[in-house]
Write a protein that binds this ligand. Sequence first.
Ligand code: DQA
Length: 140
Amino acid sequence: MNILVINGPNLNLLGERDKKIYGSKTLTEIEDIMKKSALGHKILFFQKNGEGEIIDILHKNRKWADWLIINPAAYTHYSYAIRDAIESCQIKAVEVHLSDISSREAFRRKSVIKDVCLKQFKGGGWKAYLQALSFCLNYE
Ligand code: DQA
């Protein structure tokens, strides 16, 4: 199984950014944990701050990836372009958030990505990524 993991804007600052909300692990630490938990499946990681860059990665890897695990960060709430890219690439997708977006500011409660993903994991910090990975590995 080939798994593509994409993290959106500002997630490169995990470990320094708002630790009370996002926890103290860096993105590299989270990626290392995922790699170790991937049971030998191929897993590719990207972090991009630009909407177009995220879409380009989706396009380039659309034939390779069986699964997409994506934390679109702030794009979650308004990027119809990323939403359409996920839909067009026809990769099975899982949406992840470190924080519980449903209990934060009003603008974060809406995900325009959710309906093109098979599942959304939110809250619980970095463990949400492991929940997403486990969902992919156990999906039938
Ligand atoms: C986030 C939640 C978003 O609202 C925010 O813009 C982020 C991170 C999360 O993982 O909790 O950058 O996606």
